[in-house]
Design a binder for this molecule. Sequence first.
Ligand code: FE2
Ligand code: FE2
Length: 280
Amino acid sequence: MSSFDQRAPESGPRLPIRIAHISDLHFGRIADPGIVDALCDDMHRSDLDLVVVSGDLTQRAFPSQYRDAAAFLTRLEIPWLAVPGNHDVYPWWRPVLRLRDPLRRYRKWISQKLNPTVRWADLAVLGINSAFGMTVQGGRIALSDREQMSSFFSSVADSSFRILVVHHHLTQLDAILDHDIAHGARETLLCAADQKVGMILCGHLHISHVAHLENISQGRSLIICTAGTSTSDRGRGSDPSANFYNQITVDREQVVIKEKKFDATSSLFLESSVSTYPRA
Ligand SMILES: [Fe+2]
Ligand SMILES: [Fe+2]
C-alpha cells in the first residue's frame, strides 16, 4: 500500500460523540515497545466514533517512519482525521525538497488532504496544516486557512459542535516557559470564536493540558485541548517520561475530556484526570 484516502464519512453518529485525540506519535522515537499496541487496544475498547491525530506522526519524515505511521493508521478500525506537524516535513538537511514540496511524503503515506474535514449532523471538524518547509518554530496559520475555516464552518448546521485541529499551539501555557506560538495565532483564535468553534485540538508541546478560554470574541469562549505525546520518548513538563492521549465526549450540554496516561508496568493507558465544560 503506498497511500490511502482519509476516511471521513459524510454521515455519522449522533450525540453523544466520542473522539480520541492523539498527537506527536513520532514514529522513530517510540518510548516503549508495547505502547503502540496499548494505544490501539485502548482506543478499540473504548467505543469511539473518531480518532484525531494532531500532527508529528514521524520523527524525521523518513520513509520507514512514515511506513510505521501508515501501518498504525491502517490498523485503526475507527475513522480518523490527521494533520501534519513540523516533524513531518523533510528534515533541514534536505533543504531543496523541504522548500519545494515539504509534505510530499506525508501526502504519499498518510493523506492527500492537508486540511481534512469531517461533516456529520452533530459534529463538524476542520484540520488545518500549520507546518511548512520555511516553518519557524511555532508554525504558521495562513490567511487562506482562516478563510477556509470561515467558509467551512459557515456551511455546517448551527447545531453542530465545531472542532478545529491544528498541530501548533495558539496560546501561551504557563507549564512551559517561552514556548513557541503559531504565527497567526491571535487572528485564528478570533476567527474560531466568530465561527462558533467550541474546541481546538492541538499538540506540538508534548505536554497534556486543557484550558477554557473565556470571552475571546463577542463573549464566546472555547476549550483548547493539548494532547501530550501519545507514544514517543520526547515528553516535556513535570513528567517528561509520561505518554498521554485524550478521550473527548461531546454531548448536548457538555464536553467531557478524559486524560489517559500510559502505565508501563501494566502496559495500559489509565484514566488520570477528567475535565467537564459546558458546550459553547
Ligand atoms: Fe512533536
Ligand atoms: Fe511539533
